[in-house]
Design a protein around this ligand. Structure first.
Ligand SMILES: [Zn+2]
Length: 65
């Protein structure tokens, strides 16, 4: 399964920022404990993620063309 608790390298001080991937994807901002830099996913990336559709089971899409 996917581990949602991960750490990212801080872009400012290169320290570890503990993040929850799920919250990050929901737009939650996370602070670096060392330098208080805020990281959050960009709106652009959020749109990209929103457009990702997980494959559904076979025969579920229905409607042939
Ligand atoms: Zn930092």
């Amino acid at each position: 399964m996917i581990h949602v608790n991960q750490s990212l390298p801080c872009p400012t001080c290169n320290g570890n920022i503990q993040i929850d991937v799920k919250q990050l994807l929901e737009g939650t901002a996370f602070h670096c404990p060392n330098c208080m830099s805020v990281i959050r996913i960009s709106t652009e990336a959020k749109d990209i993620i929103k457009n990702i559709k997980l494959p559904e089971g076979p025969g579920r899409s229905g409607g042939k063309k």
